[in-house]
Design a protein around this ligand. Sequence first.
Ligand SMILES: Nc1nc2c(c(=O)[nH]1)N[C@H]1C(S)=C(S)[C@@H](COP(=O)(O)O)O[C@H]1N2
Ligand SMILES: [Mo]
Length: 202
Amino acid sequence: MVTRGFTGRRPDKPVAERLPPGQYLTDDFPVLQLGPTPRIDLARWRFVLREGAKPLKSWSWQEFDALPRTRWTGDIHCVTKWSKFDTAWEGVSVDDLLAAAGLEAAPTAYLLAEGFDDYTTNVPVADLTGGRGMVATRYAGETIPPDHGGPARLLVPHLYFWKSAKWVKGLRFTAKDEAGFWELRGYHMYGDPWREQRFSDD
Ligand SMILES: Nc1nc2c(c(=O)[nH]1)N[C@H]1C(S)=C(S)[C@@H](COP(=O)(O)O)O[C@H]1N2
Ligand SMILES: [Mo]
């Protein structure tokens, strides 16, 4: 088990200091998505890294589940204003994923995470490397429930939670910062909760 860079546990901080502006604390774990929860057959699941249209590397579920795993516990913040503290995730860090793909560095500075439901969201690569993002396969010690994005979801907890694509099927490196589903519909290209970057003009 490796845990590299992924930090953020601040149990000693008062609630108010852990809540970004405009957020409230909840103990629930709301489910937010565009459509129905897709049924994903692990025998046919694949995770693909692409540069534009060109596949760079892909893994079956068995192969993916055998990659080095990282744990992270910390707070998540949804643009609909709920925050949840001390969520515990485990998965493959994007650093380890790039290394497993034989890439010394990411091919471009931006990417789109793609879901099996055809959801997309853009994230700068620098926000996923250096221990800042993972493809999570466990939540609270169990496989991720389908409603929360299982078998695998992106986790980029320092950005609003719409950036954490559920049912993620791959990462597509792009030459430019390309808007994903919500970013095309008025949401912020970056989405930093601490700067309250909810909408494109925030
Ligand atoms: N594939 C996919 N990922 C998605 C979404 C979606 O519709 N499809 N919704 C996003 C939004 S808007 C939010 S707020 C979070 C919600 O995650 P949760 O349902 O686990 O709380 O997932 C994000 N990831
Ligand atoms: Mo959302």
